[in-house]
Design a binder for this molecule. Structure first.
Ligand code: PMP
Length: 285
């Protein structure tokens, strides 16, 4: 695999980052994951926009312009011959060669930029989309700025492990009795034809897929309500689903052992997935 590190395209085993990089020492970094379908980038503009916001919120210097980032994404797709897959991008604050809690001077310390591809044949056509996934609920104990897409993924990783141990696919996180989001996706329920999802705030990541899916749902005359919901309400809903850049729209068929609806994917989530994928393929670049 050819990867990108700070201006260079290199074989992955030759790519290097300083051990003093604050991404490594302090999780002082942000990231994006963009899907590739048929060799084209899905929702690139949305990811670039959110990356800029994440960097601004953390007073991080941008390592490249959006146009340059687009060029790097495309070059990696070409070099690695990616048909369906993902592109991972990470920006960290870099290092001034020492460990200090205070941020280094951005004038003299360059941020690090790393990108790599993951080939995922059949990304848009996986068993989870057809059969749905099962989730457990776990307490949301993450920090208070979940709207910034940082590389602090220890708790979401622990959540995935808790799910695995429970024999299911993922976990939904709960704070003050209400669902925040999935470990790596936004969470939704459907009741009487109405789509319910938590409103955006610093409590959740503002999903690029969430934004597009809600817009498309409204265009398709589906009702959307942005408000909090509990696990109990979700268990009694007609349908549940998650969205993310890599899972698109994926039905959730079981929550803490209770079947949602009939325990198989309903009508709305699969329909929304179709609508979403059609629009994304149309607007891919
Ligand atoms: N919430 C969390 C915590 C996530 O990690 C992700 C995926 N990065 C999402 C939501 C979905 O965001 P997006 O649709 O932009 O991939």
């Amino acid at each position: 695999r050819t990867v990108y590190v700070n201006g260079e395209y290199l074989p992955e085993d030759q790519a290097k980052i300083s051990i003093f990089d604050r991404g490594f020492l302090m999780a002082d970094g942000v990231y994006e994951v963009t899907s590739v379908l048929d060799g084209k980038l899905i929702a690139f503009d949305g990811h670039a926009e959110r990356l800029t916001r994440s960097m601004n919120e953390l007073d991080m210097r941008a390592p490249a312009t959006t146009e340059e980032l687009l060029e790097i994404h495309r070059e990696l797709v070409r070099l690695n011959d990616i048909k369906d897959g993902l592109i991972y991008l990470q920006v960290t604050r870099g290092s001034d060669g020492d460990r200090d809690f205070a941020f280094p001077d951005p004038e003299t310390t360059a941020p690090s930029l790393v990108l790599f591809t993951q080939s995922k044949p059949g990304l848009a056509d996986n068993p989870a989309a057809r059969d749905g996934i099962r989730v457990i609920s776990i307490e949301d104990i993450r920090w208070g700025r979940r709207d910034i897409k940082t590389v602090q993924l220890l708790y979401p990783s622990m959540g995935k492990m808790m799910a695995k141990k429970a024999g299911v696919e993922d976990a939904w996180m709960v704070e003050d009795g209400f669902v925040t989001e999935g470990t790596s996706n936004n969470a939704y329920i459907v009741k009487d034809g109405k789509i319910v999802t938590r409103e955006t705030s610093s409590d959740i990541l503002h999903g690029i897929t969430r934004k597009a899916v809600l817009e498309l749902a409204r265009e398709a005359q589906m009702q959307v309500e942005e408000r909090n919901f509990t696990i109990e309400e979700a268990q009694q809903a007609d349908e549940a689903f998650v969205t993310s850049a890599s899972a698109f729209v994926t039905p959730v068929v079981e929550i803490d052992g209770a079947k949602v609806g009939s325990g198989t994917p309903g009508k709305l989530a699969p329909r929304l997935r179709e609508i979403y994928l059609e629009e994304m393929r149309k607007t891919a670049i």
